[in-house]
Structures are given as structure tokens and as C-alpha cells.
Design a protein around this ligand. Sequence first.
Ligand SMILES: [Zn+2]
Length: 400
Amino acid sequence: MPQADRRWNKGWTRRDVLRCMGGAALGALGAAAAGREILSGLWRWAEAAESPEDRKSTIDVQAEERFRVTAACLLLTPYRDENLTHHRPHPMRAAALEAVEPFEDHPCAKLFREWGAFGSKFYTLAAWLTPSPPFRWLLPFCEVTGRTISAYEVEKFDLEARYPTLLTSFREEARLPELWASTQAEWEEVCEQCRRGLERYDVEGWMESFWGPAPKRLVLVPNPTDPPSFGFAPSNPREAFCIIGPPAVPRSAPEELAAKQFDYGSTPSTASLAVHEFGHTLIDAAADELSKAAKETEDIGKRLELKDWFPRMYPDWRSQLCEMILRAVQCVWRAETVSRESADEVIEAETQRFGIEPLPLIYQLFREERQAGKTVGPSGCVKLARRALTQFSKQCSADD
Ligand SMILES: [Zn+2]
């Protein structure tokens, strides 16, 4: 079995497979043949025993083929120009761009442009593909759409039939395996830099101590060809991904410094992004509580004067609240592993920049809980954030 498939084996239990099969039996309708193939794959994953270390919150770092091919195709869309006005592209991007440029008219590239050019949609789809080519959906397509992409306005059957096939053929026609082979040392180096970055700031240990054991396999995927500093957190039922673009290196940085700044492990930023992006998956265990808290505090949300790209990126109060919680979590991690001062600076800067005024109070309550030596966990985060919002609201009334 190829390496990627063996890794993918980790952690599936017979119960998961039976649950998937149940869903498939109800919903497979038109996709019986493809469904059978996928289900036999699920059985294969289930054969791998769940050992105790699988349940620990370790983070695997790897270049994931489904995301790497997606990123290469995104280089043929306007997405490739994001965040490059003031930042340099990663040195690995040039070779990828050269390889894919002649395939601008490939139907996969056309499809990407047709569906909108931003990365998150395509990485979400990629998370539901098999890890190795030829790509197929991990679950019957109806299950995938039910869970993740129903909101996307794409023709269901068009997407079902064309997407994995087109991505697979794009990979072959653009000869991406040859590119990966010729740049293998660079890919390995980038993964190694990420591992160093995670280890240096104890991300695995810290996340377990803050959230408790992770419910899914955590995989960090560096995507050096992406726009600088971009991060995404797609997941499927068994895996949570943190996809990270290259570090943001200013165009003004002198050449000799730039090479050093492109090192994913040289600053706390990789670790910080991992804490944030995995946080999206980890807080999901309290998704209902978060929805309830957002509903109860909607008036507070309406009073905030949000600024910069924050309200555009997070258009509803629930996602704004979730972002504040995760930014507070990120700064708790920063205070405990980097420095208290730098955490306070980030809290201050983000509050000012985005107008997210309850952030310092949420952060403060999280810090107090941690100083009492506690694992906060998903429900704990929502409860404390709820309490912070009540305090914030009282402060505002007193000021009025
Ligand atoms: Zn976020």
C-alpha cells in the first residue's frame, strides 16, 4: 500500500464504517457502483487497529497530494495574486507556475475559474477526496454534499461526475508527479521546517492540555505555492487539516534575509496558525452550544463596529464570535509558550484593527482558567466567552 494510503488507514473503527455504510445505503441511489468501490476502501481503512497512540493529539505534517494538486490548479486562477502586493511569493512557486501555465485551458482550470477563484471552496472539496490519485469522493457524493458543500451553488451532478476526474487528469497532463519528483528535497525541507516550528512551540502538547484529546487525526499541510500567510481548515469525518501558505516575507526584505524568513519554522507563525486552524475543528464539539450562545448574545454583536476585512470574511455573529474565541485561544497559547508580552500586544492590535472589543475580556477569562491549571475544552470556551460577553455588555451599559 502506498505511504499516503497507509497513513490514511489510521483511526477508522468498524463502527465508523458501519455508520458510513448506513448513510450510503440510504443515500447512494444513483452512485451504486462508485459507492461500492468507496465502501470497500472504507473497509480497508477499518482493518487498521486503533492503537492508543492514534488517540493522542499528534499532528502529522505532510504534503498531501489532493491539496497539492488543488493548489497547483489554483495557480491558474486570480487567487494566485492574493496578498502579493507587499509580500514575496515563496521560491517554490516559480517552478509550479512554469509547469502549469501551458494548461490554462485545461477543463479543470476552466472549472476552477468558473466556480470562483478563492482557495477555501476547493480545499474543502479536496478534503473529501481520496488521498491518492485517481481521486474519488471518500463517501457517496450525497453524503459529501450533505456535510460540506451544499451551500455552494454548483450543479450537483456536474460536480459529482466531473470534479475528481478533472483534477486527476489535470495532475497527469500537467505532469505534476514529475514536478514533485524534481522538487522532492524542497518539499521535504518545508515539511521539516513545519515540524520544527510545531515542536519548538509545543503545539501538540499545548493543544491537548487546552482542548483535551483531539477527536480526529490532525494533519498540517504546507502549501508553499499558495498566497503568503493564507490558512485553511477543511475537514472530513476522520481528519482535520491545517493548510498553510508560505510565511509572509515583505517585498522590502533584503535578499539575504528573505531566504531565512521563508523558513516555516523560523518564527512562531506556523505554530500560531496551527493553533487557530485546528481550533476550528476542535471547537466544533461544542457547535450547538456556540450557536445557542450566539443567538443569546446577538444584540451585543450588533453593537460592535467591526472593521477592516473582519466583517467581510465573517459576515454573521456566530462566525464572528467563533473567530474571537479562537483568536483568544491563540493568544493564550502565545502567552504560555512564546511570551506574555507578545500575546498582550497581539490582543491589543487585533482588538483595535478589527473593532472586536470583547476579545480582551474573553482572553482574560481563558487566562484565569488556565492559571488555575485547567483544561478549558470546547464547552468551557463557549461558557467563558458567554460570561465575558455578559461582562462586556455590563461595561458598555455603565459607560452609556
Ligand atoms: Zn478562523
